[in-house]
Design a protein around this ligand. Structure first.
Ligand code: TYM
Length: 337
């Protein structure tokens, strides 16, 4: 019998400092949808290599990321969680898709432009990053790609590449994926600079991001130092000058699941921004403390983590390998029988 549930794929880089932006913009939505969909979640270690990494640290962060995703509620009985490099088809088919990808399409990507502007020598892998991401999605015939706002352009490129491949080879081989972006917390901003996206690669993580594995005291300190404004009015606003308060309210709204009106009612009696910051910090700490505790527990059993990842890789490969074989055949390669 064919399974008509929507197919979901998303990915996350195994870098340290996973923060509440990653959680609210992506991971939490993966967890929320998993019971009713077919889910693939990929720890994209090959993507992590597009900037220089310390090998031992990358290995440690890959396991830590798996533990964190399980700690956030990814259920191995409902979702296939795997490490990208464990499923060979990802790297292999990226080469194939490269052969139909116009260079200009990659040079136009805003993330490439931003990241390459910050580096003296730009690696080819960084330019090719979105093609690998496209194959992550296309190998699993994903209908939905739940991501934060910053990944929307990459998913749109994936659609363009799928369309181009289908046109060149004259068949509906790749499924058109849709980006699924949350209405609240699609772009959580830095606490120190609310006009910049909260980012794990920021040079000053302390005070900028709120890492999920940070201890409560440090989180309180970061919120205390959060940049606000001189209006002294607790309100949602599109005004860039009021972006700090808007961001704090957005974080609170995303965590509590309340409407904007309910959020404002909660803060109607707040005594200024100091009180707002304290209460938002407390709400964040309450939400992420159990995650940090579960993560610590899972990290004590690396054997079990590796077992779960091996199971995930096997299940993922069962979908990806046949798709990769078909792609090769369509492109005219001799596929060994
Ligand atoms: P990555 O690892 O940078 O981020 C993981 C997820 O977190 C979201 N995110 C945010 N959401 C809201 N506010 C923020 N400040 C914020 N920062 C990050 C991201 O949008 C993302 O959903 N290229 C991807 C990984 C990837 C992928 C894929 C995603 C590789 N293959 C296939 C989807 C499908 C990335 O670097 O995400």
């Amino acid at each position: 019998m064919t399974d008509h549930r929507p197919r979901v794929l998303s990915g996350i880089q195994p870098t340290g400092n996973i923060h509440i932006g990653n959680y609210l913009g992506a991971i939490r939505n993966w967890v929320a949808g998993q019971a009713t969909k077919i889910n693939f979640f990929c720890i994209v270690d090959l993507h992590a290599l597009t900037v220089p990494r310390d090998p031992a640290l990358l290995r440690q962060q890959t396991r830590s990321m798996a533990a964190l995703l399980f700690a956030c509620g990814i259920d191995p009985a409902q979702s296939i969680l795997f490490v990208q490099s464990h499923v060979r088809a990802h790297a292999e088919t990226t080469w194939l898709l490269n052969t139909v990808t116009p260079l200009g399409w990659l040079q136009r990507m805003t993330q490439f432009k931003d990241k390459s502007a910050k580096q003296e020598s730009v690696l080819t892998g960084l330019l090719d990053y979105p093609v690998l991401m496209a194959m992550d999605i296309l190998l699993y015939d994903a209908d939905e790609v739940p991501v934060g706002d910053d990944q929307k352009q990459h998913v749109e490129l994936t659609r363009d590449l799928a369309q181009r491949f289908n046109t060149i080879y004259e068949q509906e081989f790749f499924v058109m994926p849709e980006p699924v972006i949350p209405t609240v917390a699609a772009r959580v901003m830095g606490l120190d600079d609310p006009l910049k996206k909260m980012s794990k690669s920021s040079d000053h993580i302390r005070g900028h991001a709120v890492p999920l594995l940070e201890d409560a005291k440090e989180i309180e300190r970061s919120f205390k130092r959060a940049v606000t404004d001189s209006y002294n009015e607790i309100a949602f606003s599109d005004d860039p000058e009021r972006a700090g308060v808007n961001n704090l309210l957005g974080i609170y709204q995303a965590i509590t699941g309340k409407s904007q009106a309910e959020v404002l009612a909660d803060f109607a009696n707040a005594r200024g921004y100091g009180d707002l910051k304290k209460r938002v910090a407390a709400t964040v700490i309450d939400a992420i403390t159990p995650i940090r505790e579960r993560h610590a527990k899972l990290m004590t059993d690396p054997g079990e983590l590796d077992r779960l990842l091996a199971m995930g890789a096997e299940q993922a490969a069962a979908y990806a390998e046949p798709k990769a074989q078909q792609m090769k055949e369509i492109m005219g390669l001799v596929v060994p029988s």
